[in-house]
Ligand binder design. Structure first.
Ligand SMILES: O=P(O)(O)OC[C@H]1O[C@H](OP(=O)(O)OP(=O)(O)O)[C@H](O)[C@@H]1O
Ligand code: HPA
Length: 177
């Protein structure tokens, strides 16, 4: 059992499983985006490890940029999306690949997609490491999913509980007491 602040967690997806799946997704992207000079749009903070690992395994010409969005407090969505750092480069006419750590209610991704599509990119796809289908409130298109997971709070590999737990290299799941 692993204690983070007042909650208990156990290992759920190992570091090896994550790395293997990340390599598979990066391979698909290498094939699909060859010759398209894609722009990876990483959503901070939670996705920083996923962004880095995808980017290290992509071997075609490409760029990366970031949005910083926040909505979670404790273990649930506040339903208020805060954009803390916005887009700082034009994405008009670009092939954009959004990189998220997790799609839970879908609110954050819905907000991001509206923001991105308003700027007239050539195409937009979404890759998320984790997807909780049974938690989704706003349906959003997702093209690459690392792992579909149950509707329970998780952390590690960038994901946090009130700022802590991001530095686990595996994904941990909350244990009910
Ligand atoms: O589908 P949703 O219910 O909207 O949840 C998904 C979002 O929640 C988390 O961000 P958070 O607000 O915790 O910010 P952080 O990435 O900085 O930790 C996560 O990184 C996603 O962006
Ligand atoms: O299960 C979760 N864990 C951490 N952050 C999150 N943001 C949305 N869902 C989660």
């Amino acid at each position: 059992m692993i204690q983070v602040l007042d909650l208990k967690f156990k290992e759920y997806i190992t570091a090896e499983q994550i790395q293997a799946r990340v390599r598979e997704i990066a391979e698909e992207l290498n094939t699909k985006y060859s010759g398209k000079n894609p722009l990876f749009l990483g959503i901070l903070n939670g996705s920083f490890m996923f962004i880095a690992d995808i980017f290290k395994n992509v071997n075609i010409p490409c760029e990366v940029s970031f949005l910083k969005i926040n909505s979670y407090q404790d273990t649930s969505s506040t339903e208020k999306i805060k954009e803390l750092i916005g887009l700082n480069q034009s994405i008009e006419g670009r092939h954009v690949i959004i990189l998220e750590d997790i799609v839970d209610t879908g609110r954050t991704l819905d907000y991001i997609l509206r923001t991105v599509l308003a700027q007239k990119p050539a195409s937009v796809e979404v890759a998320t490491l984790l997807y909780k289908p049974s938690a989704t409130i706003i349906p959003v298109p997702i093209h690459y999913v690392g792992f579909e997971i149950e509707n329970q709070f998780v952390l590690g590999y960038g994901l946090d509980y009130n700022g802590y737990g991001r530095n686990s290299n595996s994904i941990l799941i909350k244990v009910d007491e």
